[in-house]
Design a protein around this ligand. Structure first.
Ligand SMILES: Cc1ncc(COP(=O)(O)O)c(C=O)c1O
Length: 458
């Protein structure tokens, strides 16, 4: 018997949590013999038994192997069906295998995938991103990580400044400069777990807490920061929304100190057709995005103001055409751009966002209702088509506070419980996202399962 230990901080008995998690892990394994066999086989040829080590993150004793995915549903190799609110951690925000994207990708694949030549789709995609986000000029990459890396290079080149500034608890892809954290004494340290950092991050990066305009101002005054790279709301340490006036302050301080502002919309795209930027009229100097815009096909993008673009191309010593450090052989390929056109033109449309936002609210309302009934000190935060619950009574104001409201044991149980009842949420914290293909019944199924888990726990 595990002893009873009530953890008042999260309102849950740790002993009961451990026993329930063990029960769920057993049920998970028993129901998935084919996934288990594939996991064992894959251990012989794949690092960690998976094609990308992030896939080791799922809550079960081994990953679920995918058979197929359509719309808002995923089917695994054991024939089990799931309502998918993970959606490839945003890569499949357009839903799985959306018909217009399947059609466009098939046609493009049959007509040439990559040629290092632009296509008409590229011009269409640039125009559409301009309409949605307000930045006039665009470049394409293969991932959001690359979009951020290249944006940072452009900012360094233009300002001649060595550092960037990020907010504590951020994630912007595998970009070396961003793996920095704010220590208790206010200094910059290495983000725990960082694999093989090239240099001490204090050399490249300043870190302040989100929503702390005083600290931001103090960090920018010395004039050694090329750019602030920011999600408009943090999403990778739970969701942390900006305070009223934060974005106005951020823009004023960056302008006053000659610091460029890069807004990363990769996840906050859930806030509307033009992301948080479009919904709230932000005016960044550069904007980065990836994941969802290709309907699942790898692609990223960064947008620039006329002024930034003019200055970049006027720099005679910056080689944008060859091996200057900005580029990629397959970046801007015909297939990715055909996928972007189909996704933005026919799937993640303005109308689709209106429906998705209403469903995101329904999801968050359902979670909030279950939290209230179970009377646990948790909360849920919404960001358009996305919602996330976290284990503190009120929403955190910054990354440090939000990190303190995480709980891996609880998360593992809730994720396993959901998986065993046919619901996927992202394996990183407790984020759920809806697509144009998601139905009210899908969202309600999540609420039902979440409420049942709380009923057993609380
Ligand atoms: C805000 C943000 N930016 C960039 C990235 C990097 O995306 P990718 O891994 O597709 O390069 C992520 C990934 O989670 C992200 O959350």
């Amino acid at each position: 018997m595990t002893p009873e230990v009530l953890d008042a901080g999260v309102g849950v008995d740790r002993g009961r949590l451990a026993a329930l998690t063990a029960r769920e892990a057993e049920a998970f394994a028993a129901a998935r013999p084919r996934s288990r066999a594939l996991a064992e086989r894959a251990r012989g040829s794949l690092l960690g038994g998976v094609p990308m080590t992030w896939m080791m993150r799922w809550a079960g004793p081994h990953p679920v192997f995918l058979a197929e995915a359509h719309g808002a549903r995923v089917v695994d190799v054991d024939g089990l069906e799931y309502v998918d609110l993970c959606l490839g951690d945003t890569g499949a925000m357009a839903g799985h295998a959306p018909e217009p994207v399947v059609r466009a990708v098939a046609a493009r694949a049959a007509a040439g995938i990559t040629a290092m030549l632009p296509t008409e789709d590229a011009a269409w995609a640039g125009e559409e991103l301009r309409r949605r986000f307000g930045l006039p000029l665009w470049q394409f990459t293969l991932s959001a990580t690359d979009a951020n890396r290249f944006a940072i290079r452009v900012c360094r080149a233009l300002t001649g400044r060595p550092k960037i500034l990020v907010f504590n608890g951020c994630y912007h892809g595998t970009v070396d400069e961003t793996f920095a954290t704010l220590r208790d004494d206010g200094s910059v340290g290495l983000r725990p777990g960082n694999v093989g950092p090239p240099v001490d991050p204090a050399l490249t990066t300043k870190v302040v807490e989100f929503n702390d305009l005083d600290a931001l101002g103090a960090a920018l005054v010395p004039g050694d920061v090329a750019c602030v790279l920011a999600e408009p709301a943090l999403t990778n340490i739970g969701i942390v929304l900006p305070d009223e006036g934060f974005h106005e302050g951020l823009r004023k301080l960056t302008r006053r100190t000659g610091t460029l502002l890069v807004i990363d919309e990769t996840h906050t795209f859930s806030a509307g057709p033009g992301g948080y930027t479009g919904a709230h009229g932000l005016k960044p100097d550069l904007l980065t995005i990836g994941k969802a815009i290709g309907g699942g096909v790898p692609v990223g993008a960064f947008g620039l103001t006329e002024e930034v673009a003019r200055r970049a191309l006027a720099q005679e010593d910056a080689d944008y055409e060859d091996v200057g450090g900005v580029g990629g052989t397959l970046a801007g390929n015909a297939l990715s751009l055909a996928a972007v056109r189909a996704t933005l033109g026919e799937v993640l449309t303005d109308e689709a966002f209106a429906r998705m936002t209403a469903l995101g609210d329904r999801l968050a309302d359902g979670v909030a209702g279950a939290i209230a009934i179970a009377d646990v000190p948790w909360h849920v935060t919404r960001l358009g088509a996305r919602a996330e619950y976290r284990f503190s009574p009120s929403p955190p104001r910054n990354g440090g506070e939000s990190a303190a409201a995480g709980d891996e044991e609880l998360e593992r149980f809730l994720h396993l419980y959901a998986l065993n009842r046919g619901v996927l949420i992202t394996p990183f914290h407790n984020m759920a996202l809806v697509s144009p293909a998601t139905a009210e019944a899908d969202v309600d199924r999540h609420t039902e399962v979440f409420a049942a888990a709380l009923g057993e726990l609380a």
